[in-house]
Ligand binder design. Structure first.
Ligand code: S3P
Length: 179
């Protein structure tokens, strides 16, 4: 496979709401670019030997956000990484600025109904649980609240109707200008 020498000094940060494909597309992009991939949620889970839902359940969201902030601080001092954020990572202004300043930020988007389908299993996304039948409404409300943060990404890709390969090709096309 051809490895494109894009942005050797900078990070590429994939952000966006839950269910937009940050982790799976991040892995593909990292393979395509021959770069290390780090998923912030996975880093937190590995370092704390606990799943994200368990961290929420045992210690609460505030504690999770503190762990997330520490991970962002550490990763934003490194370069050359492909980083997938959690869906809520960049609603913290400091996290958003640190990540943006460390590289190029790409926001993945899709329709609320698609997010609803992709995040259907309860227990995996604590911020969506407890909503019962209003889960779709919760998704729409959070999307509206977070729009102003996601909009500050350098580039947005609507993943709704594209295959993973098409999305990666599009991101690579965008990144070429930074070579
Ligand atoms: C969250 C999204 C999750 C995870 C945590 C909180 C959010 O990440 O960080 O459950 O606030 O949107 P994913 O977007 O990878 O599911």
């Amino acid at each position: 496979m051809r490895r494109t020498a894009i942005l050797m000094k900078n990070n590429v940060i994939l952000t966006g709401f839950m269910g937009t494909g940050k982790t799976s597309l991040g892995k593909l992009l990292a393979t395509r670019l021959g770069r290390p991939f780090i998923d912030i949620d996975k880093k937190i889970e590995d370092e704390n030997r606990m799943s994200i839902p368990k961290i929420f359940e045992q210690y609460g969201e505030e504690h999770f956000r503190a762990l997330e902030k520490a991970a962002v601080k550490e990763l934003s001092e490194r370069r050359g990484l492909i980083i997938a954020t959690g869906g809520g990572t960049i609603k913290d202004e400091e996290n958003l600025n640190l990540l943006k300043n460390s590289g190029v930020m790409i926001c993945l988007t899709t329709e609320p109904e698609e997010i609803f389908n992709r995040t259907a299993r309860r227990g995996e996304r604590p911020v969506l649980d407890g909503g019962g039948n209003e889960r779709l409404e919760t998704i729409k409300k959070l999307l509206a609240e977070r729009k102003k943060f996601y909009d500050r990404a350098d580039y947005q890709v609507d993943t709704t109707n594209w295959s993973p390969i098409q999305i990666i090709d599009d991101i690579c096309r965008y990144l070429r200008q930074f070579r």
